[in-house]
Design a protein around this ligand. Sequence first.
Ligand SMILES: O=C(O)C(=O)CO
Length: 364
Amino acid sequence: MAKPISIEVYNPNGKYRVVSTKSMPGTRWINLLIEQDCRVEICTQKKTILSVEDIIALIGDKCDGVIGQLTEDWGETLFAALSRAGGKAFSNMAVGYNNVDVNAANKHGVAVGNTPGVLTETTAELAASLSLAAARRIVEADQFMRAGLYDGWLPHLFVGNLLKGQTVGVIGAGRIGSAYARMMTTSYGEFLKANGEQPVTWKRAASMDEVLREADVISLHPILDKTTYHLINKESLATMKKEAILVNCSRGPVVDEVALVEHLKQNPMFRVGLDVFEDEPYMKPGLADMKNAVVVPHIASASKWTREGMATLAALNVLGKIKGYPVWGDPNQVAPFLNENAPPPAASPSIVNAKALGLPVSKL
Ligand SMILES: O=C(O)C(=O)CO
């Protein structure tokens, strides 16, 4: 028997019971649910990652929909529990949904939402920040400064990589990967052009091997599935340039982290910027000691606007299914849902299994 879980309740007399497994940024998402007759329950348990048992306890006997997080294991057990409680809607507060077994959701007739279109630039900005931080050894230099070790300018002090004229590779050039490529090339390209220098050019590589061999900076943006698990491994690392920079803002298991630690040890001029980890929240042994690694705790989407927007989209995904609204036609064009000065469209912004469940699509 799972322990009772602490919750905060809004609009206790609402007709539909919607549970959020975490407190989420902003209040608009709560207000939108309340306005549509939902009772909103937010889990306030002081535990970062909720277990399946915790979430079963939250779902209880009657639950119309759940907003969950990428740290949770949404598989057969949870979708069966939600379905038993009468629920037909779940949304991840994330664009990635590798934590969700969509087949299990289909089996129980539960719609699965995600939050694309609102975190593209925010995530690309972090990938660009990690690229620059790794190239110019910002974190190492910051630690050196704070430790009181700086006793004067030296020709060799924290010499890093110049990115001008270098080749940037993107593996997984979808929404976020393309935004990263634009950020890393467009404004710098304009600046170089204005100075009469060689502009930045781009091309689609013929193979991943070509990217690995030729790029000086590689940023990873694929989804995580069977085909991308350990896409970067001992062999692919060995193919990369010895002084290359690797950035990962996608999912940790895309990189074989044990092989990466070994590669960092053997190649001190090779650098990485990591937002995600194979066994999140943990790092593989040795990674924390590597000076040629910049590591941050999965914060790529962590800008206020984006996180509030993600919460809104996740809530509207669940609300739309509860109210029987259609699914929005283009999940990349979610701006109408994010305009705080107008009511959102009567639709679920993004349901990944809409087709499998035969849900109608909005004509708006
Ligand atoms: O949305 C996602 O998939 C995330 O990883 C959160 O930043």
